[in-house]
Design a protein around this ligand. Structure first.
Ligand code: ATP
Ligand code: MG
Length: 562
């Protein structure tokens, strides 16, 4: 037989899969799934799981299902289903026709439960939730068996049927597995399999009023779909015994293998849907897609690219031990990607007017700027130069310290893509003393960016032509929390960074940005990477989000030019 070429065993999960293939398990088939619960938006932690599950399927020539784990109607909504599908697609993965819902299996799951009852392995317990909790025992003490544990098969079948028909109220009874009330694993002490919830479901409507618990529905959904490797996060390690017990005790078509890996934790970030929902509900952020949110929708709106997130997931790898990944790694990945892709343009966030005294008032010269220093294919755009230009307020200091290479009285600097200018005067508001305008002269010989006499300038600053620039709003985003591990804090909301969003109104951008489309990425030279806000951009508003600052600001640009 021809030897099958297997991918790199780059982590322990791929090692397990390769070993399973070598041993001929599942006829060499590899089938994974990504099983989100539609009770919130996907976040960067889910991206790790998506890249892992879909990535493994791609590498091994297998399949990956998208399955909504929609067994709890009280928290789930159709709008989350839509958002999750959009996010998975945006990340670059395709489930083809393999879209499934655990709720589609409710009939089958019910039959499996009946099988357990018939085998004497499940019973209807009429104790209250509270009684069940109190009799579960502790890790050191066994639990107490329910007085209803030894109901007959017939009685259980009848009661379970009544549960399904809605003849009991919420909480009046549950279906429990009959396993072992003394098991050292508390999850094996007669876990609840079904409960009554008289709440309509986003897909099944009012057809059902009993809903299966995660531990019952998940393993059976995997088996129904023929999943071979059921990959989940470490907190489910204790659930594995129950996963296997259920599959071993019903006529499941196959027995998938559960493998646990360490979930992603990111510094200065919370990655729990419950906590993210709290941020939304409290109004601290503007929604699930607020650019400060670690959700895929938020990251996308912020200007993160799918490639940068996939690269990040590749770099963090997969391990069995929990760790806290530094947010700067994610920022590094997007910076690297945008460095390749983003057009360079000029924007002045806090403008200071400069009048070039020796430039004729009506003259306009078109300077040419390449969109990318290393990629000529990205083309160039004209930048009109005229007598009045705007520069960044902090690119001028009246009394500069040593090492300040930007503009100062009597100093000469280069304008990006243009001339040398020299400051010859400072105009202040007589009332406040605030600098309102600079007077400069330009050297007509320096249009190429160099002086024919070989004289050098130490700084290059960005600018926009006052007359032709466009007014824009710039939103400077920063990390959402002031502490490294906010999820460790009792009240994590108390550690929200008050400066996580600084709105700069009255910024001015170069005229080429009038043709920017919502979501387009730019490097505002010397300032950072930005995108035209997808939401505001669609309304025709020039609002830019800072995706990430440039690590190194003007020194880098200057060294490239000189
Ligand atoms: P959360 O803790 O954010 O509420 P969850 O586990 O409840 O997440 P699900 O929708 O059930 O959310 O998750 C779908 C899949 O994504 C699961 O397989 C889960 O293990 C995985 N997942 C969730 N959070 C992370 C994370 N931080 N890192 C890696 N995988 C994750
Ligand atoms: Mg979950």
């Amino acid at each position: 037989m021809e030897e099958r070429r297997l991918p790199e065993p780059k982590d322990f999960i791929r090692e397990i899969i390769i070993e399973d293939i070598r041993q001929g398990k599942n006829q060499g088939r590899v089938a994974t799934r990504f099983p989100p619960e539609p009770n919130g938006y996907l976040h960067i932690g889910h991206a790790k799981s998506i890249c892992l599950n879909f990535g493994i399927a791609q590498e091994f020539g297998g399949t990956c299902n998208l399955r909504f784990d929609d067994t709890n109607p009280t928290k789930e909504e159709a709008r989350y289903v839509e958002a999750i599908m959009e996010d998975v697609r945006w990340l670059g993965f395709d489930w083809g026709d393999r879209l499934y819902f655990a709720s589609d299996y409710f009939d089958k799951l019910y039959e499996y439960a009946v099988e357990l009852i018939k085998a004497g392995k499940a019973y209807v317990d009429s104790q209250s939730q509270e009684e069940i909790r109190l009799t579960r025992g502790t890790p050191t003490e066994p639990g107490v068996e329910s007085p209803y544990r030894n109901r007959s098969v017939e009685e259980n079948l009848e009661l379970f049927e009544k549960m399904r028909k809605g003849e009991f109220d919420d909480g009046q009874c549950v279906l429990r597995a009959k396993i072992d009330m003394a098991s050292p694993n508390l999850l094996m002490r007669d876990p609840v399999l079904y409960r009554i919830r008289k709440v309509p479901h986003h897909r099944t409507g009012t057809k059902w009023c009993i809903y299966p618990m995660y531990d019952f529905a998940h393993c059976l959904s995997d088996a129904i779909e023929g999943i071979t490797h059921s990959i989940c996060t470490l907190e489910f390690e204790v659930n594995r015994a129950l996963y296997d017990w259920v599959l071993d005790n019903v006529s499941a078509p196959c027995h998938p293998r559960q493998i646990e890996f360490a979930r992603l934790n990111l510094s200065y970030t919370v990655l729990s849907k419950r906590k993210l929902a709290q941020l939304v509900e409290s109004g601290i952020v503007e929604g699930w897609d607020d650019p400060r949110m670690p959700t895929l929708a938020g990251l996308r709106r912020r200007g993160y690219t799918p490639e940068s997130i996939r690269e990040f997931c590749e770099r963090i790898g997969v391990a069995r031990r929990d760790s806290l990944v530094d947010l700067s790694l994610l920022e590094h990945c997007v910076r690297e990607d945008l460095n390749r892709k983003a057009k360079r343009v000029m924007a002045v966030l806090r403008p200071l007017r400069v009048v070039v005294e020796n430039f004729p008032p009506d003259r306009v010269e078109e300077l040419l700027g390449p969109y990318h220093p290393d990629d000529p294919a990205m083309g160039t755009r004209p930048i009109p130069f005229c007598r009045e230009i705007l520069i960044e307020r902090d690119d001028f200091l009246e009394d500069p310290p040593k090492g300040y290479h930007r503009l100062a009285p009597g100093r000469e600097v280069r304008l990006r893509y243009g001339y040398f200018i020299k400051c010859v005067g400072v105009i202040k508001d007589p009332a406040t003393g605030e600098i309102v305008e600079l007077r400069c002269t330009y050297d007509p010989q320096t249009r190429s960016g160099f002086a024919p006499d070989g004289r050098k300038v130490k700084g290059t600053i960005h600018w926009v032509p006052e007359r032709y620039s466009l007014e824009a709003e710039v939103r400077l985003y920063d990390r959402l929390f002031t502490v490294e591990d906010p999820s460790q804090e009792e009240d994590f909301l108390a550690f929200v960074n008050p400066d996580s969003l600084v709105v700069v109104k009255g910024a001015r951008v170069e005229p080429s940005l009038s043709s920017a489309s919502p979501g387009d990425h730019f490097q505002f030279e010397r300032v950072g990477y930005f995108n035209l806000d997808p939401v505001e951009g669609k309304r025709g508003n020039l609002v830019f989000n800072r995706t990430v600052p440039l690590r190194d600001t003007w020194a880098k640009v200057a060294s490239k030019v000189t």
